[in-house]
Design a protein around this ligand. Structure first.
Ligand SMILES: Cc1cc2nc3c(=O)[nH]c(=O)nc-3n(C[C@H](O)[C@H](O)[C@H](O)COP(=O)(O)OP(=O)(O)OC[C@H]3O[C@@H](n4cnc5c(N)ncnc54)[C@H](O)[C@@H]3O)c2cc1C
Length: 461
């Protein structure tokens, strides 16, 4: 490192992408500092994937307890204690935060616990201490934050996804606004934990961008579990004694104790100083970068949610890793964003890899659709009204599997394994020659024999 710089790399943001990049770069011998203004670990660990999944687990016990009776169990009245879950969840998050900080320290990364902003192409300013630090490379890994829709009357009563983790008591009645995965997941959690839940979404189906049949399956399941209001918007929230009253666009009013808006997230770029170095944002408010995560300023890179390529933890981690290998390890590579296995931790759970049917039909001349829609084995004795949907899309010309969609128990776990095959370019014939694991739900994926000829939309293909 030349004397002109205090560090080889200064990372702004200690979340999934920043932490990975800092550790890998330090492993190559770079002198690295990382600034974090809140808690090390970032959104995923502190107020995203991890605490949310713990709440999803908590909610699912409700079904397990109920279903146990069908298998001969006599279960007494069960009671859920929100405070105990919060305490345990918060303790786990704190444990993970410490591990992240320790791993950074062990790698030789200097952690600076304050906000940092960009002063020029090689300088960051630490806001609390007003120190200026010079670095050869600056990595912006500041993530994203919940963005509120246009302000409505009573917006001050509305919490966002961060606020869910602060709730000290369980709202008895909750209204969730949004149709994306975060809204869907939290609505599911609240409903399963016993809160009377209303989910309001302005679209005609939940989960825009997902396969239409997956969306239909989720809508049907959610309509059983909660008060699902599609094609509606939230117009107003006001106090109603101890409670709140929400007015929807059709004029109906719902009395609730808590309103959660999960209607989108925006890159955390406000006040970051990007204009000082001439970095202009794209139309989503994200930092534009090339395939190697380099911005228009040669010494400044950006990874993770702030670049809005695919706002998921494994993507941020991989982009951070690729950046560090490329810039500090002399091993250039870039992340392939085309094929991303992903899950939605609703109940029923959703797992997806590859195209949905509409997109597949646009990308390929001809598509075969294989489908299984069945009652899972567990439901035979539990008596629960539930279905599993598995759908496989195959490019007829090459026989390659180009999309797999699963709705049901363990869909996320199933799709992780299927994702390996699809990423490797597996054909339908490869799935067919794979021996089934019996009795499982997943075996349906290797025993789908006949494509569905009836689903081709009129005028397509
Ligand atoms: C409720 C919720 C559930 C989610 N569930 C999943 C899931 O199940 N699976 C999945 O893959 N993804 C999930 N995500 C998305 C995932 O959390 C993000 O994609 C991931 O955390 C992005 O990592 P990042 O490094 O880009 O940013 P972040 O993890 O957000 O880290 C950015 C960090 O930068 C800090 N920071 C910001 N500005 C500054 C500054 N100027 N100076 C210093 N520090 C700063 C922030 O405090 C933050 O800690 C979820 C997100 C939410 C909100």
């Amino acid at each position: 490192m030349s004397d002109a710089f205090d560090f080889d790399l200064f990372v702004i943001g200690g979340g999934s992408g920043g932490v990975r990049a800092a550790r890998i770069a330090a492993g190559y011998g770079a002198k690295v500092a990382l600034a974090e203004e809140y808690r090390v670990g970032g959104t995923c660990v502190i107020r995203g994937c991890v605490p949310k999944k713990l709440m999803v687990y908590a909610g699912r016990f409700a079904d397990e307890i109920e279903d146990a009776a069908g298998f001969g169990w006599e279960v007494g009245p069960a009671r859920f204690d929100w405070r105990r879950l919060k305490q345990a969840r918060d303790a786990e998050v704190t444990r993970l935060e410490a591990i992240y900080a320790r791993n950074l320290a062990n790698a030789g990364v200097e952690i600076v616990h304050e906000r940092a902003v960009i002063e020029d192409a090689h300088t960051v300013r630490l806001c609390a201490s007003n120190r200026l630090i010079r670095a050869r490379i600056i990595l912006v890994a500041v993530g994203a934050a919940p963005s509120a829709d246009a302000l409505i009357p009573g917006a001050e009563f509305i919490i966002d996804s961060n606020g869910v983790f602060e709730l000290e008591t369980q709202p008895k009645r909750v209204l969730v606004v949004g149709g994306g995965y975060i809204a869907v997941e939290f609505a599911g959690v609240f409903a399963q934990l016993g809160s009377r839940t209303t989910l309001v979404h302005r679209g005609d189906k939940l989960l825009r961008g997902f396969d239409e049949e997956v969306r239909d399956a989720l809508d049907a399941a959610y309509a059983q579990r909660m008060d699902l209001r599609l094609g509606q918007t939230l117009e107003r929230v006001e106090r109603a004694g101890e409670a709140l009253r929400a007015t929807l666009s059709d004029g109906t009013q719902v009395e609730i104790d808590c309103v959660l808006a999960a209607t989108g997230r925006r890159p955390n770029v406000a006040g970051l100083g990007l204009e000082r170095v001439g970095i202009e944002l794209d139309r989503f408010g994200a930092i534009p970068v090339d395939a190697y995560s380099q911005t228009g300023v040669a010494s400044i890179y950006a990874v993770g949610d702030v670049t809005n390529r695919a706002a998921l933890t494994p993507i941020a981690i991989r982009e951070g890793h690729a950046f560090a290998d490329t810039v500090f390890g002399n091993k250039p590579w870039c992340v392939d964003h085309r094929l991303i296995p992903t899950a939605v931790f609703s109940t029923p759970e959703i797992g997806v890899v590859g195209h949905n049917e509409d997109v597949a039909r646009r990308c390929f001349d001809d598509i075969d659709v294989y489908r299984a829609n069945f009652r899972p084995m567990k439901a035979t004795l539990s008596g629960r009204e539930e279905r599993v949907l598995m759908k496989m899309l195959v490019d007829t010309a090459s026989d390659r599997v180009v999309g797999v969609h699963v709705v049901g128990h363990d869909a996320g776990e199933i799709i992780q394994a299927v994702g390996i095959a699809v990423t490797m370019g597996a054909t339908k014939a490869d799935f067919d020659r794979t021996i089934a694991v019996h009795p499982t739900a997943g075996e349906e994926l290797v025993t789908m024999r006949v494509p569905d000829a009836t689903k081709r939309p009129v005028g397509v293909g």
